[in-house]
Ligand binder design. Structure first.
Ligand code: FES
Ligand SMILES: [Fe+2]
Length: 325
């Protein structure tokens, strides 16, 4: 058994750095930059056909609207005529009409109607790829498209938690899953066996490990008394992660972490569960509830400024992946 609280045993000369720079990196946990990632904006059912709503990812504003055909569109909200806010507009069939001079834009961002012009002028809104998955609206803000990661097909029951705000930056919220050295002190978990961390693609990191709660009541309530938890934590970019637990039973949890408009994180979990096993739904949600309750206090007060040591290697790797856009 490896105690998550154990000290790093290496040569102190090999310590990576004990300096405490005020900012570790250009992108990681930098509230002034928005990484080109997938972001969950809210629940699909918030936006019925014909609805238009403003959303934001950090300081970046977006307008979302759903046409009569049910298609979801995410576009920049400044009208290319004189800059009116298109989230004050109205959906007409499959176009968004600006409230100011009634220019209309289609789902591809093209101006298709301009009442005072003979022909619609050649003006375009920037459009962003969207996806509706696990009951959530997703928007991709990157330059080079990559699909939203897939989950396990057999887990067809989805339970969304209420959205929550945390004071920490989204990269720290997702990075918590890679911070293996807090599992002992904060979560009272013991790690066992080999821990494997791999960069699976330019924006993705995967960590696999086995762990067990040291507190008996947590083992009992989560059904992990006989065998511990077998965990894979996979990130894509800095604001999306998918947790897969294969032991004591299979379930997944999607972690979303969107930068708030005035800092912090808007977060929401989607539990992906076996359809016919409500007993397992409760156990899976209890396991995560224990973990998240422990983390919240720390993440609400952290002033991130790392003095890395070798035992932080996995979290540091995540930080490097996030910094390489
Ligand atoms: S500002 Fe939108 S139509 Fe004029
Ligand atoms: Fe944690």
């Amino acid at each position: 058994m490896i105690d998550g609280t154990r000290k790093f045993q290496g040569d102190p000369e090999q310590r990576i750095s004990t300096d405490r720079p005020s900012r570790v990196s250009p992108l990681f946990a930098n509230p002034e930059r928005i990484r080109g990632d997938w972001y969950a904006l809210g629940r699909s059912r918030q936006l019925k056909s014909g609805a238009v709503l403003p959303f934001s990812v950090g300081s970046k504003k977006l307008v979302l609207w759903r046409g009569a055909d049910g298609r979801l569109n995410a576009q920049e909200p400044a009208c290319p005529h004189t800059g009116a806010d298109l989230s004050q507009g109205e959906v007409i069939d499959n176009s968004l009409r600006c409230a100011f001079h009634h220019w209309r834009f289609d789902g591809g961002g093209r101006c298709v109607v301009a009442p005072t012009c003979d022909l619609p002028p050649d003006r375009r809104l920037r459009c962003y790829p969207t996806e509706e998955r696990w009951g959530l609206i997703w928007v991709f803000l990157g330059r080079t498209f990559r699909p939203l990661p897939d989950a396990h097909e057999s887990l067809s029951k989805v339970i969304l938690t209420p959205s929550q705000t945390l004071r920490a930056h989204p990269h720290l919220v997702i990075g918590n899953g890679f911070d293996v050295s807090h599992l002992g002190p904060v979560h009272r978990m013991e790690l066992s066996g080999e821990m494997i961390c791999e960069q699976t693609h330019k924006h993705g990191l995967t960590l696999k490990y086995e762990a067990q709660f040291t507190q008996r009541y947590k083992r009992l309530l989560t059904g992990s008394t006989r065998e511990g938890l077998s965990v894979t934590f996979m990130s894509d970019g800095g604001s999306f992660a998918l947790l897969t637990v294969t032991k004591p039973f299979l379930f997944q949890t999607v972690f979303t972490a969107r930068p708030g408009s005035s800092g912090g994180t808007a977060t929401q979990l989607a539990f992906l569960l076996p359809r016919r096993r409500p007993d397992q739904w409760i156990r899976a949600m209890l396991a995560l509830a224990f973990l998240l309750a422990d983390d919240k206090k720390i993440l609400d007060a952290i002033d991130f400024s790392p003095g890395w040591v070798p035992s932080d290697a996995v979290l540091r790797k995540f930080c490097r992946v996030v910094n390489t856009e």
